[in-house]
Design a protein around this ligand. Structure first.
Ligand code: MTE
Length: 361
């Protein structure tokens, strides 16, 4: 197993190279701000070794002034901003889709490809204003320094200019108050709160303002959503939906699948998250597979771009008991009962009711 400095030994390593890993769910649920050593990592290629002193970020495309900024210049010329935000991979909860129909060549994440941190950096909008982004520019292309097999340019993507100008979107150099770890994008990454994690490009090399979305593989092929009947062999990539804001989803962190529990009272805990800055309006939990529901308590305060923890009290009778959780967000959106209805051949944004079956004795 590869050892990534400062990552916790409890991390479940999904692939050693590229390094992809996440924490056990019960550990993830222990802290509203995920400690850096437990924060999941999703890498498509190499982790570049970047010399912070030699690092330059370029800003070009439909701008009045091209910029070439060192890290020091970025920190000196723009006011810092801090946002508490959840990053959730579009592949989070793919394991349940895999159980419906196998998904080839993708990481079978359980529900651990998510984490919340405070991110400190400079608003992307301030940098775009300094460059004089023109009206013709509708998209902001973001490109990383890593080498990936699928695109000669490296890992990249784009976000609408309107989102890029929102104050929560940061060029971040700190995570939970410390400089980014190499695996999280040192020295500079984008953080796009409310969007799927793929748009939060790490090891940011360049920003390019354009009239069209990026043609990078990770924008034009990967991270698109297709309906359940579409297969990899027959896909028309231009027809897919570009994934942006993940749908509302509640996840049970404790108890774990297959756990043996004593009959009687159980406190079940979990997290819930919705993209687009939507809040968690309510979480409900069932101890009988979804016939009867109990309201869960939402824990702590709501933060605009962060997940919400919840807990619920159930009474368990002996037998095999399917515990189920579902949430509704502030826009009134809920979750579908079955993963089959949201299955897609890349295994993205599964938000079916989350189920954990326990043995009660
Ligand atoms: N940026 C680059 N340059 N290369 C990558 O492979 N992975 C993306 C995104 N940014 C990726 C990237 C994906 S799919 C996710 S979910 C998040 O980074 C994960 O961020 P983390 O590894 O810091 O948790």
């Amino acid at each position: 197993m590869v050892e990534v400095p400062l990552k916790d030994p409890s991390m479940v390593v999904r692939s050693a190279e590229p390094y992809n890993a996440g924490p056990p769910l019960e550990t993830l649920r222990m802290s509203l701000l995920t400690p850096v050593q437990l924060f999941f990592v999703r890498n498509h290629g190499t982790v570049p070794v970047v010399d912070a002193a030699a690092y330059r970020l370029t800003v070009s495309g439909l701008v009045d002034r091209e910029l070439r900024l060192s890290l020091v210049a970025l920190q000196r010329e723009f006011a810092p901003s801090t946002v508490a935000a959840t990053i959730q991979c579009a592949g989070n909860r793919r394991r349940e889709l895999n159980a419906v129909r196998s998904i080839e060549g993708e990481i079978p994440w359980d529900a651990e490809a998510v984490g919340t941190a405070t991110w400190t950096g400079v608003p992307l909008g301030a940098v775009l204003r300094a460059a004089g982004a023109r009206d013709l520019g509708r998209y902001v292309h973001l490109l990383g320094l890593d080498t990936v097999a699928t695109d000669t340019q490296g890992f990249g993507g784009s976000i609408p200019l309107e989102k890029a100008m929102s104050p929560e979107v940061l060029l971040a150099y700190e995570m939970n108050g410390s400089p980014l770890l190499p695996v999280h994008g040192f020295p500079l990454r984008v953080v796009v709160p409310g969007y799927i994690g793929a748009r939060s490009v790490k090891w940011l090399r360049s920003i390019f303002v354009a009239a069209e979305p990026s043609r990078n593989y990770f924008q034009s092929h990967a991270y698109k959503w297709f309906p359940p009947h579409i297969r990899a062999q027959t896909v028309d990539w231009t027809a897919g939906l570009t994934l942006t804001e993940p749908p509302v989803s509640a996840v049970i962190c404790t108890p774990r699948e297959g756990q043996r529990l004593q009959a009687g009272h159980l406190t079940t805990t979990g997290y819930a998250f919705a993209g687009g800055g939507r809040q968690i309006a309510r979480v409900e939990v069932s101890a009988d597979g979804g016939m009867h529901w109990e309201a869960a308590q939402l824990v702590g305060e709501a933060h605009a771009w962060a997940w919400r923890f919840w807990e619920a009290h159930l009474r368990l009778l002996p037998g095999r008991r399917p515990i189920v959780a579902r949430a509704e967000d502030s826009a009134g959106a809920g979750q579908p009962p079955e993963p089959a209805s949201v299955w897609n051949f890349k295994g993205y944004v599964n938000n079916a009711w989350h189920r954990v079956t326990v043995e009660v004795v």
